[in-house]
Design a protein around this ligand. Sequence first.
Ligand code: PLP
Length: 387
Amino acid sequence: MTQAQLSARISAIAESSTTQLMGLVQQLKAEGKQIISFNAGEPDFNAPEPILQATVKALQAGKTKYGAVPGEPSLREAIAKKVREENGIVAEAANVLIANGSKQILYMIFQALCNPGDEIIVLKPYWVTFPEGIKLAGGVPVFVDTIDHQPDVDAIAAAITRRTKAILVNTPNNPTGAVYSREALMAIGQLAVEKEIHVISDEAYEGLVYDEARHISMASLSPEIADWVITTQTFSKSYCMTGFRVGYLVAAAPVVKAINGMHSHLTGNVCTFAQYGALAALEMDPAIMQQMQQTFQRRLDLAYPLCTELFDCVRPAGAFYLFPDVSRWIGERFADDDALAAHLLKEAHVAVVPGSAFGAPNHLRLSFSTDDASIEKGFAQIKQALS
Ligand SMILES: Cc1ncc(COP(=O)(O)O)c(C=O)c1O
C-alpha cells in the first residue's frame, strides 16, 4: 500500500530524531561496526536487582491484570511520600497519576491544557518531544532563548500573551545538562502566579546532579506557586528503568482528575507488575542509586576536559549530557551540525546528536552515559576525525 489519508495534525509531526538515530546506530552495530554511543538518552546500567526481584515476584503473584487507572494505590502513596520528603512538594496520593513514562504524561498535560491555538512557552534548547507534543494537542510552542543555558526570565515575561497556557521548564535539562537556580525558578513561578498560567515542570533527571548543584522542584517554592505547577517525574533515568515505562505527574487534584479521564481511554493503567518494580525502587537502599550518581560524576570529570579540548562547552550540572557549541567547525569544512554529526559517525564511529534536533544549530549533544574507556576512546576518535 502506498496511499494514505493522513490528518494534517499527524502529518505535521516529525519522528523523534533521537529515537531515529538510535535505530540507525543499532543497525550499524548489527552490521558489525564498532560504534561508540555518545547519543544514548538513558543510563547504561541495568535496573538494580531489588527492582528486578520485585517485578518478577509481582508477575508470579498474579499482578498481571488491569489495575487502577491512576496507578496502583500503594505506588501512588509511596510517590506522594517521596515527593514530600525528597522534593518538598506537598502532596497526597490523590495528587499523583502514574502513566507510561513522562512522555505520555507530557502528551496528556498538553492535551489537557490546550485549546486550538493556545500557546506554551518552551525554552531553547528544548527536548525534542516538547514542540511535537504541543502541536499534537493543537497548541503552539513559543520558543524563548536561554542565556548560557539558564532561563532568561525577562524574555519569558515578554513572550506571555493572552493565549499563553503554560511555561514549560525542564531542570536538570536535556540537552544542556543545566540545573536551574532557585532564583530563576522563583522568578518564573511568581510570573505564573501573577499571570494565572501553569508551569509544567519536567524533572525527568532530578536524580542526576553534580558538583555543588542541587535539584529544586518548582512546586516546592511556595504554596501559591505550587497551585499552578504540574510536576512530571519518572523512574526511567534516576532508577535505570527506561523500558519499564513508569512515570508520574503531581498536581492539584482537579488536574489529576481531568487527566485521569483521558488516561482511562488512552492506555488505562500502566503495566501492573512494572509498577511493583517502581515501588521497590522507592523502598530500596538509596546507596544503590547514590553509587550510580557518583559514577556519573566521575564520568563528567573525565569527559568535560576532553570535550573542551575540541569545543566550547558550558559545564553541565545535571543529566548526562555535554552540549558544546561547535560553531568554529561550521563553515568551510562542514555545512552545519548535521553534516558534522554525520562525519563523526562515518569517520570517528561515534554517534552524537546534532543540536538542530533541539532547536540549537551549531551544537552537538554528547552523552556520557557510557563507560570510561569508551569516553576516552570516543573523544580520541573524534579528535582524529577532525584533524
Ligand atoms: C527531558 C525529558 N523529559 C521526559 C523524558 C521521557 O522519559 P520517560 O518517558 O522515559 O519517562 C525524557 C527522555 O529522554 C527527557 O529527556
